[in-house]
Design a protein. Structure first.
Length: 290
């Protein structure tokens, strides 16, 4: 899930995919052993991180600038080849606006990727390769998990939680300040113990970029995964509707979508192609936001 211009907002979202605290049970989820479920999610996540190293896929991110009435004023797109190194996802840019990179730009991108791969090999999984970071433990200090329940999501049994940033939490730095101004819902597949769906909404304005820009209340983000085999799930797409204020006076509205496709499995013992899955093939289902 990568919305590059607004990556500070999304940095900590993968942290919600594991290490969740256990909220109080509701009658709807009374049969759940939540301690056991969340412990298994964390353990399984570590196992599938090794499997991800054998996969690659492509993603196309489309960014549209829209006016106040929702009309598209400008469209840009980038296509990347995505792969994993030491638990980190790395995307090599291969096309801009549908056109392959020039020879000079391709050489620059190759150099950038080589540097990132080297850094990824030295950076523990869970830590960011670029930009500010925040630990799992700190995110959990700033979030309340509530309303655990069972639902059927896209035909599969799912365990669902809502999360809300704690407004009373004392924060230090941009990442912590942003995390407590979010709320959303996370869907965990009950069989594979993988995150199937995540929705997040910005509940209050917050500043970033040296306080020269702010993301506005009401901006929203969606993230989806689907199974590709052997209990492993990979991203199928994401969406973001962002309203921001830049340089304190310029209003910016963007709609960003990312489609992930062409999943391939490689390696001596796993050669062959995995059946591609795209977000457009999945039924449109919106999570409930609270």
């Amino acid at each position: 899930m990568e919305v590059r211009r607004f990556s500070p907002i999304l940095t900590f979202l993968p942290l919600l995919l594991c290490g969740l605290p256990v909220p109080a049970e509701t009658s709807q989820a009374a049969s759940l052993d939540l301690h056991q479920v969340l412990s298994e999610v964390q353990a399984h996540q570590k196992q599938v991180e090794a499997l991800r190293e054998n996969y690659t896929f492509n993603s196309v991110q489309t960014k549209q600038e829209v006016d106040g009435s929702g009309q598209v004023q400008k469209t840009e797109s980038e296509e990347r080849e995505q792969f994993f190194v030491n638990g980190h996802m790395i995307g090599r840019l291969v096309k801009k606006d549908g056109q392959p990179l020039s020879a000079a730009d391709s050489r620059k991108e190759d150099a950038r990727i080589m540097a990132l791969v080297d850094k990824a090999q030295k950076t523990p999984p869970g830590q960011r390769l670029e930009g500010p970071s925040i630990s799992v433990g700190r995110v959990l200090d700033l979030m309340d998990l509530r309303n655990p329940r069972r639902e059927v999501f896209r035909g599969r049994p799912t365990i669902v939680f809502d999360f809300v940033g704690r407004r009373d939490a004392k924060t230090h730095g941009m990442m912590e300040d942003a995390s407590k101004k979010l709320q959303g819902t996370i869907y965990i597949d009950a069989a594979d113990l993988q995150v199937a769906h995540l929705e997040v909404r910005v509940d209050d304005d917050f500043r970033f970029g040296g306080l020269l820009a702010s993301v506005q209340k009401g901006s929203s983000f969606r993230f989806d995964q689907a199974p590709v085999g052997r209990g492993l799930w990979l991203p199928t797409g994401s969406e973001a509707d962002v309203e921001a204020k830049v340089l304190l006076f310029k209003h910016l509205r963007e709609r960003v979508t990312q489609q992930d496709f062409g999943f391939q499995r490689f390696g001596v013992e796993t050669g062959g192609e995995v059946k591609p899955v795209s977000l457009s093939q999945l039924p449109e289902t919106r999570a409930r936001m609270h």
